[in-house]
Design a protein around this ligand. Structure first.
Ligand code: FAD
Length: 298
């Protein structure tokens, strides 16, 4: 397994800014992600140093180039999950591989796919969960459904097999978008896949059934939401990191409550702007560099 001293999740302003600092300080750095939303033909008029304006595309391209110039590895990979490894290290699972890291900086922005099921909020904590590592145990030998169409959903469904053999993936009517590797694991482990849309949930006090658009009902004790990509909140939940609503809680040095995990940019809330994300990225980098030098290089 390849190892880096600092692994940064996110290639937006926060993640790239952090990478410029960590790589320039001589710390082995990997940045994972893909183009952030702002990397299009949008004029950015309020970012320092560009009186003639700059497009989001150019700003991000320049950030990637600058991080690479100082030695950061920048890869287009989606992170599916983070687990703690030996001696306080982290193992980050992506859609391609597993990578070891001494410290992690979460800079994943705030994009989050929320399924459109009318009464889903009524069942949160009563059958509906967003975190397999937190709640999978409560559904031992029960009928479990994972909501999602991509690699994240596939990974969550495979993790749930530790608790139950009755696992179904429901893509909410979307075409499946999973790596061939995941498709064959799903087929060989007997996970059922349904490309149907759920319109509502049913059950007295606790989820017992999902109701599809067709009106058909299916017995389901647990529904794990894993639509689209894993977000910072999903990572925070599975690691036990404190959150404020949908944002990660950090202190004035961008440290979370978990040693070795830092967060920066939109995923921490506040003023959701490029300049703020860049500043927080720099601060997270400083904290992560100090951590690596103290903890990982002894
Ligand atoms: P983001 O830029 O959202 O980057 C998040 C990164 O995380 C992306 O690279 C994404 O691929 C990655 N990621 C997410 N999940 C995963 C995963 N599971 N695995 C791997 N990677 C993952 N702000 C301004 O200051 N001025 C403006 O003019 C302005 N205009 C904007 C125009 C648009 C269209 C948009 C969408 C935003 C605009 N903003 C503007 C806001 C600004 O873009 C954000 O505040 C800023 O980009 C936040 O940076 P970030 O690095 O925290 O997150």
């Amino acid at each position: 397994m390849e190892r880096f001293e600092i692994l940064i999740i996110g290639q937006g302003p926060a993640g790239l800014s952090a990478a410029i600092y960590t790589a320039r300080a001589g710390v082995a750095t990997l940045v994972l992600g893909s183009d952030p939303k702002v990397a299009g033909n949008y004029s950015i008029d309020n970012y320092f140093g560009f009186p003639e304006t700059v497009t989001g595309r150019e700003l991000i391209d320049r950030g990637v180039e600058q991080a690479k110039k100082f030695g950061a590895a920048v890869e287009r990979e989606r992170v599916l999950g983070i687990h703690t490894g030996e001696g306080g290290s982290f193992i980050v699972k992506t859609d391609r591989r597993e990578i070891g890291a001494c410290a992690v900086i979460l800079a994943t922005g705030i994009e989050r796919t929320v399924p459109k099921i009318q009464n889903i909020a009524d069942y949160e904590g009563r059958g509906v969960s967003y975190c397999v590592s937190c709640d999978g145990f409560f559904f031992k030998n029960k009928k479990i459904m994972v909501l999602g169409e991509g690699n994240y959903a596939a990974n969550q469904a495979l993790e749930l097999l530790h608790y139950s053999n009755a696992v179904t993936i429901c893509s909410m009517g979307k075409p499946l978008a999973m790596n061939p590797g995941f498709v064959s694991q799903i087929n060989s482990t007997g996970i059922t896949v349904l490309e149907k849309k759920i319109s509502m949930l049913k059950g007295e006090g606790h989820l017992t059934h999902v109701v599809f658009e067709s009106g058909e009902e299916l017995r389901t004790d647990g529904l794990f939401v894993a639509a689209g990509d894993a977000s910072s909140i999903d990572f925070a939940r599975s690691l036990g990191i404190f959150t404020n609503g949908n944002f990660i809680q950090v202190d004035g040095e961008q440290k979370t409550n978990m040693p070795g995990v830092f967060a920066a940019g939109d995923c921490t809330g506040g003023f959701l702007q490029i300049s703020v994300a860049v500043g927080e990225g720099a601060r997270a980098a400083k904290s992560a560099i100090d951590y690596v030098k103290k903890i990982c290089r002894e």
